[in-house]
Design a protein around this ligand. Structure first.
Ligand SMILES: [Zn+2]
Length: 93
């Protein structure tokens, strides 16, 4: 029951991510990039979209696909980059 949390904590301690599949526990996992579309709202309340590539882990044993903290980081970076482009030369103090 707590195996999942334990693996998560261990991965954190190593400063890395899951090195095993969270579903079947297989070590045969690989990190790939998948095209994704970020939908967000800018400072003016306008919805915008930004294409980006999100890192996705894939288990070759059970075919599970999941996103880790890398995906969240990529999303955040894309969002910040897109915001900066939408407000050129205007940096809020
Ligand atoms: Zn698996």
């Amino acid at each position: 029951m707590t195996d999942h949390l334990y693996a998560q904590r261990r991965a954190k301690e190593r400063g890395g991510h899951y090195m095993h599949c969270p579903k079947c526990g297989s070590g045969k996992i690989s990190l790939g990039l998948v095209n994704d579309l970020l939908r967000a709202v800018d400072m003016n309340g306008e919805i915008f979209e930004a294409k980006f590539q999100v890192p996705v882990w894939c288990c070759s044993a059970c075919k599970l696909r999941w996103q880790g903290q890398e995906a969240q980081a990529a999303k955040e970076a894309t969002y910040q980059h897109a915001l900066a482009q939408r407000t050129p030369g205007r940096i809020a103090a």
